[in-house]
Design a protein. Sequence first.
Length: 142
Amino acid sequence: MIYEEEPENFEPTFEVVGCFVEVDGKILLLHRQDHKPQGGTWGCPAGKVDEGENIGEAIVREVMEETGLNLPEANHFKKIFVRLPDYDFVYHIFHSPFEEKPEINLRSEEHKDFQWASPEDALGLPLVLDEDLCIKLFFGLE
């Protein structure tokens, strides 16, 4: 469950960053390897913030590691609060627009494919937990 305001007794164990890389109204989605947590689902480039790293550094690193992209800009959209049955964490949503589709070089140990999809089409895919809510929040969809 995600919250826009910090819920009562929220105790985050880590922070995560994710980025909507966008070109011509389509966002980059990565298909997780089956052996990974939530394997076989689609999501934006994302990952945990390392100790001693700020969120801006983390999103640049994560996108580079997962896609080979060097972000020209990463605009912080919103900090949300995620509560799962076993733990809480903070999730930072970023957005990075590109003028044209960049070359994507996936790390095959993490992702098996990628696609560009409109936010509406993305909602029809099997997405990483709560990715649908993040897409709806960022793109103002119902």
